[in-house]
Write a protein that binds this ligand. Structure first.
Ligand code: ACM
Ligand code: ZN
Length: 533
């Protein structure tokens, strides 16, 4: 009997030992994972996280690692107890890539090295994703060497906080989710026809008037309205908090002030900025609206410069997104001031571009010049190619991949975020009983996209800087639905952004993602489960 009990106890011990082993098959998949010699490193409550050097960011990294270990396993590793086994974080200039890292696991300890604290942070993300998600007292890390770096320098996700406003607590959780997936850009879409969502001191009516709509259309453009006022905006303090929260996690926030279209929020507040002078109202339904900023009015430029100057004080990003999408030029065609501006600039409808299209590109170039004087560069949606856009502009290819290809041909950098692969407001399964904008974009399709195929032109290879997933929120209200739409597709974008194409494999992604899904569940992020069926 004793023998049987002993065997059962051994079986349970073995099972629990197995269950608490780290697994390096994470998302995004590291470029190289090489099994090491010798036994495992055992992490437990006596383990410590050490930092070599005095870099503040490295100490913050250590705090993150301790928090992540506690979150996933309940193990509270110490800080500087020299007696325990150690995870050591250190900088190593021998690592080439700014975001690269090397993890070495030996029975005596783990080291995570990076050229920069940012690289070490990504090593920490890999370590945390290797952890089992369960309460345990020990975790065995098999000996290994992981050497890793990203494929693309720009790995972004856009969140539209204008169609629907998202609370600061959600924005922080969203940033945590991005960090988990090695995403380094949060493109923050802040202004729209349906609401202006940023405090600008010089123009108080932007938030007093422009951030509020009287009601919202019900369902998919039913013609019925909810009769409920809707509003919300971010104060400067909120935005500073977001920028800092993101920066601590090595994420750059790129704000977008969409112009000259999608501007009804601002026009409702300052009608003199439109071609007709209004009156205008903050939009109560979705779509593309004919009233846009007047490109022939000097006041428009003054407004745009002043707004951007206030934002530059908050957002240190090299890039500012100026939008530029879906700006109908009907008003410009009949506006004496816009037409006079076309004359003044000598713009002609040639080479497949209209004079008004060229005016829009001149408008964008002019704002870009203002920003360039302050050391910033612009990103524009691919409509910015409908004229002679200045060098130094980055193009965000959304209406397919041809915008990115054309940008590269013209010597411009581009980010790929084509609707057919990266629009996360689309349905991800036919079985969803949700009211969404439409389209079908299963995670497998998102995963299958390769922005720079092997046989791509040298220009494409040089100028495609990365990828971006977009979450437009006409139909996305609240945290749960947002996470449902984001996950697991953000993981698929993340792997394309990070992992060399030759290492990608959907079946393997599925398995690795099923493990990451446990962490999603732990955080209460209800991902679409189709992938795991
Ligand atoms: C866009 O989806 N209108 C950029
Ligand atoms: Zn005009």
């Amino acid at each position: 009997m004793k023998k049987i009990l002993f065997s059962v106890a051994m079986m349970i011990a073995c099972l629990s030992l197995h269950a608490t082993e780290a697994n390096y098959q994470v998302v995004p998949l590291p470029q190289s994972i090489t099994a090491g010699k010798g036994g495992a490193f055992v992490l437990d409550g006596n383990s410590v996280v050490n930092v070599v050097g005095t870099d503040e960011a490295m100490y913050r990294n250590a705090s993150f690692l301790k928090q992540y270990i506690r979150e996933a396993t309940g193990i509270a590793v110490g800080g500087a107890d020299k007696k325990g086994t150690a995870i050591t974080l250190k900088l190593n200039t021998g690592i080439e890539n700014e975001e690269g890292y090397v993890i070495t696991v030996k029975p005596k300890g783990i080291t995570v090295e990076g050229r920069t604290p940012r690289g070490v942070f990504y090593g920490i993300q890999t370590l945390r994703k290797s952890l089992p998600v369960e309460q345990t007292e020990t975790v065995g890390f098999p000996a290994v060497r992981i050497a890793d770096h990203p494929r693309f320098s720009y790995r972004g996700t856009m969140l539209d906080c204008a169609r629907h406003y998202f609370k600061l607590s959600f924005i922080k959780e969203f940033i945590d989710m991005l960090a988990l997936h090695n995403i380094n850009i949060f493109h923050w879409h802040l202004t729209e026809d349906q609401g202006w969502r940023v405090q600008i001191d010089r123009y108080p009516r932007l938030t007093e008037v422009g951030s509020k709509r009287a009601q919202t259309v019900i369902g998919r453009m039913t013609g019925l309205y909810d009769d409920t006022p809707y509003g919300g905006y971010y104060t400067k303090e909120d935005m500073r908090e977001v920028v800092k929260y993101a920066a601590d996690r090595y994420i750059t926030v790129i704000p977008e002030i969409d112009m000259p279209g999608h501007m009804l929020g601002a026009l409702a507040a300052y009608p003199e900025l439109g071609c007709t002078g209004g009156p205008y109202k903050v939009a109560e339904e979705w779509g593309v609206f004919p009233d846009i900023l007047c490109a022939g009015n000097p006041k428009t430029y003054e407004f745009v410069y002043n707004v951007l100057d206030e934002l530059l004080e908050i957002f240190p990003s090299k890039y500012i997104h100026l939008g530029g999408d879906e700006a109908p030029r009907d008003r410009w065609k009949s506006c004496p001031r816009c037409q006079a501006e076309i004359q003044r600039l000598g713009l002609k409808g040639t080479d497949g571009f209209s004079a008004e299209g060229r005016l829009q590109v001149c408008f964008m170039n002019r704002v870009a010049k203002h920003l360039a004087e302050k050391g910033r560069r612009i990103i524009g949606w691919d409509e910015i190619l409908e004229g002679d856009v200045d060098k130094g502009t980055t193009v965000m290819s959304w209406r397919g991949v041809s915008g990115g290809q054309e940008a590269a041909r013209r010597g411009l950098d581009a980010i790929m975020s084509p609707t057919a692969y990266y629009y996360l407001d689309y349905y991800q399964t036919k079985n969803d009983a949700l009211t969404l904008i439409g389209g079908l974009l299963p995670v497998e399709t998102t995963y299958g996209y390769n922005p720079v195929p092997e046989d791509a032109s040298p220009e494409l290879k040089q100028h495609i800087k990365g990828v971006q997933a977009n979450l437009w929120t006409e139909y996305i209200v609240g945290r749960d639905l947002a996470f449902y739409q984001l996950l697991p597709r953000v993981a698929a974008v993340s792997e394309t952004g990070w992992t060399e194409n030759g290492r990608k494999d959907f079946a393997s992604f599925r398995e690795r993602e099923a493990r990451l899904n446990r962490l999603y569940r732990h955080f209460g992020w209800k991902a679409c489960q189709d992938l795991f069926k």
